[in-house]
Write a protein that binds this ligand. Structure first.
Ligand code: FES
Ligand code: FES
Length: 215
């Protein structure tokens, strides 16, 4: 066999190796894509089914797996990180948001179940922190570490939607969120003050009641 035959053979070998390498790279890429979280593809785009809802007053389409917990759609996709992750099991209430004016624990709500609903998070409660619940919370300096507070505030706002004049028993029954700092007495006081502020704002006044100005 002469020198040119050797060169031809070497060239054929090299092109075969290059074809196999290309196939191998394609295989690795497809395996990497399959192991990524289902809601993202390799281009960083979101994939899955479309869920449409009204989020803090804006129409939003989520292209996610329909079983994605609402909490993760809000935090990871919509970047609304005011809603907190606590237990992930429906116990603590740190993830509470309002769906059609009802408090829900968003870690337990599959995205598909809020199709067409109105979802409000702590970011959407009021543009200027002027919601009566927020005003009461600020006035009474309710938070300690603050971690549970977005959920507490959303639970309180939903309670006032349903019971504008809540009794202690109503608060006991509806405010089941957990607070590791033990701010429960201030939470109870703030819910009652928020109810008063809400009633006053419907009468056109925004003053804090005299009984609460000494706190
Ligand atoms: S994180 Fe949802 S209830 Fe605890
Ligand atoms: S204020 Fe710290 S967990 Fe409630």
């Amino acid at each position: 066999m002469n020198k040119s035959h050797h060169l031809l053979g070497l060239g054929a070998c090299l092109s075969l190796i290059s074809i196999k390498l290309r196939r191998y790279r394609r295989l690795i890429r497809s395996q990497q894509a399959a192991s990524l979280p289902q809601r993202y593809n390799l281009k960083g785009l979101i994939e899955g089914s479309m869920t449409k809802l009204l989020l803090n007053g804006q129409p939003v389409d989520f292209l996610l797996d329909p079983q994605t917990p609402l909490l993760w759609a809000l935090r990871d996709t919509a970047n609304l990180t005011g809603t907190k992750y606590g237990c992930g099991k429906g116990y603590c209430g740190a993830c509470t948001v309002m769906v059609d004016k009802v408090a829900v624990r968003s870690c337990q709500v599959p995205l598909e179940t809020v199709e067409g609903a109105e979802v409000v998070t702590i970011e959407g409660l009021a543009s200027d922190a002027g919601h009566p619940v927020q005003r009461a919370w600020l006035h009474l300096q309710v938070p300690q570490c603050g971690y549970c507070m977005p959920g507490m505030i959303m639970a309180a706002a939903a309670l006032l939607e349903d019971r504008p004049e809540p009794t202690d028993a109503d608060i006991e029954e509806h405010m089941t969120n957990l607070c590791r700092c033990g701010a429960y007495p201030r939470v109870r006081h703030a819910v009652l003050l928020a109810a008063e502020l809400k009633a006053r704002s419907s009468q056109g006044t925004s003053e804090i009641p005299a009984a609460d100005t000494e706190n």
